[in-house]
Design a protein around this ligand. Structure first.
Ligand SMILES: [Zn+2]
Length: 240
């Protein structure tokens, strides 16, 4: 019997903080699979959410969330609820919202680095209290760092909307911004591509959660930079 995909509530609305679902399956090692979830599983440089699951007769903290194919597995700190149980989920919102702000900050900064220097991003990692980004730019002076920070902050303050759209693979391959951010590297079997558009700043294929408007990010401060070899640079940022 084919197993149904988990409905990813965060993929269409990052502001869902609580949700109701049913237990589809409990894995051999105690992982809980629901028919739908708002809890983000680790991926794309964004750490998994924390939160709680409550069901008739029990509750537990969610300590890990990961993708297993098209399903999301929740690891909890108690005996799992029986299959078929109705569960109520709640996200640790402070942590998630911080990660959303950092995620939108990194995408905005990658748009700026491309606009100013034509440099492409090679990786990124968010935490609830900081983030870092790697990109290909052989020459990164103190002046350039200041310019990147100032330009990013000017754009963030302009209150650009952030929208989520879904494209067919063929349509996504027609969007120049997406080619720049390597949409062509997404596996062939992915036929629907989710695109995060920070309007006028950056557009990327991305599975993560973002704020709805750049004004929610606040201001970026570059607190460090280092050489990672072969022209790769790493920036570390905090938000205020
Ligand atoms: Zn991203």
């Amino acid at each position: 019997m084919p197993v149904p995909d988990t409905e990813l509530l965060y993929a269409t609305d990052a502001y869902v903080r609580t949700f109701d679902a049913h237990v589809e399956e409990v894995t051999a090692d105690g992982g809980v699979i629901l028919d739908r979830t708002a809890l983000y599983p680790t991926g794309g440089g964004q750490p998994h959410d924390l939160g709680t699951l409550t069901w008739p007769g029990g509750s537990a903290s969610v300590i890990d969330v990961r993708k297993d194919g098209a399903r999301v597995v929740h690891r909890i700190d108690a005996a799992p609820p029986p299959v078929g149980s109705a569960v109520h989920g709640e996200i640790d919102w402070d942590r998630r919202y911080a990660l959303m702000r950092y995620h939108t900050a990194l995408h905005s900064m990658s748009g700026v680095i491309f606009q100013l220097h034509g440099a492409t991003v090679t990786g990124g990692q968010m935490y609830p209290d900081r983030a870092r980004m790697d990109f290909l730019l052989p020459d990164l002076s103190q002046d350039r760092l200041q310019q990147i920070e100032a330009r990013t902050n000017a754009l963030l303050a302009e209150a650009h909307p952030v929208s989520i759209q879904f494209y067919s693979r063929a349509a996504a391959l027609e969007i120049p911004d997406l080619i720049r951010t390597r949409v062509n590297l997404i596996p062939e079997h992915v036929y629907e591509i989710r695109v995060v558009n920070i309007e006028g700043i950056d557009q990327q294929a991305d599975g993560g959660t973002h704020v709805a408007n750049t004004r929610e990010v606040g201001q970026v401060h570059i607190i460090g930079s280092e050489n990672k070899g072969k022209g790769n640079k790493r920036l570390e940022i905090v938000l205020k």
